[in-house]
Design a protein around this ligand. Structure first.
Ligand code: C5P
Length: 230
């Protein structure tokens, strides 16, 4: 890991658009991306494959940490999309569903799992720089980041965005169920003991409820230009 490379943290709740903004900023800067949520989603997928039909809370935490520790993951950025491979299997679509998202939020509440994924996340920091997307990028993973942004939006607006995103990808969902699922996930992510979702004390908070992707990207770029010479 190079400590010389700068990090920008982009934290916030589910469905706020972090992934889209991250890709846009990374493209403008030519920097690397860490989609930390995907690591929890991949862990959840592997858990559901190894323990089919088993509730996460009834699985031994050390077994869960071992799964997180031993994931063989590879990312490829093609045509403005980040593709994820687990043991050479393209699982990009497989991990995007709401069921895996909910399971990811359950495994993410387990401190041993978070610890197992910490070094893997920090290893993404390579020159010329990293944009890290998640819940605890600014509070836990990269506390010395040069810029910390926390994106928010109302649950209804986030559910709407997620609905459109999933529909575009051909994944069928019910909007009311999505709002409820987001609320549950927010509650779990904000109230867990281990690295709860909250803005770092030195984060810049941007409410994106009434902003489009370009407006949010420009706002983030304003702060990037204030803090980083590139
Ligand atoms: O961002 P995404 O929706 O892919 O994340 C899935 C779940 O992973 C979140 O609901 C959250 O519980 C967990 N997560 C986390 N810490 C991160 C990123 C994601 O706990 N840094």
């Amino acid at each position: 890991m190079s400590t010389a490379a700068p990090v920008i943290c982009l934290d916030g709740p589910s469905g706020v658009g972090k992934g889209t903004i991250c890709l846009a900023i990374a493209k403008r800067l030519g920097w690397h991306i860490l989609d930390s949520g995907s690591l929890y989603r991949i862990t959840a997928l592997q858990v559901s494959r190894l323990f089919p039909g088993t509730n996460v809370i009834s699985i031994n935490v050390q077994q869960l940490a071992d799964i997180a520790n031993n994931l063989s993951i590879c990312y490829r950025c093609e045509n403005d999309e980040l593709s994820v491979f687990l043991n050479d299997e393209n699982i990009t679509q497989l991990i995007r569903g709401e069921e895996i998202g909910a399971k990811a939020s359950q495994v993410a509440a387990i401190p041993e799992v978070r610890k197992a994924l910490l070094d893997r996340q920090r290893a993404f920091l390579q020159p010329p720089g990293l944009i890290a997307d998640g819940r605890d990028m600014g509070t836990v993973v990269f506390p010395d980041a040069v810029l910390k942004i926390y994106l928010t939006a109302t649950p209804e607006e986030r559910a709407n965005r997620r609905y459109k995103q999933l529909k575009d990808k051909g994944i069928g969902v019910n909007l009311a169920a999505l709002v409820e699922e987001l609320r549950l996930r927010d509650e779990r992510d904000m109230n867990r003991q281990a690295a709860p979702l909250r803005p770092a004390t030195d984060a810049i908070i941007i409410d994106t409820t009434t902003l489009d992707i370009e407006q949010v990207t420009n706002e983030v770029m304003y702060w990037v230009n204030q803090r980083i010479s590139h």
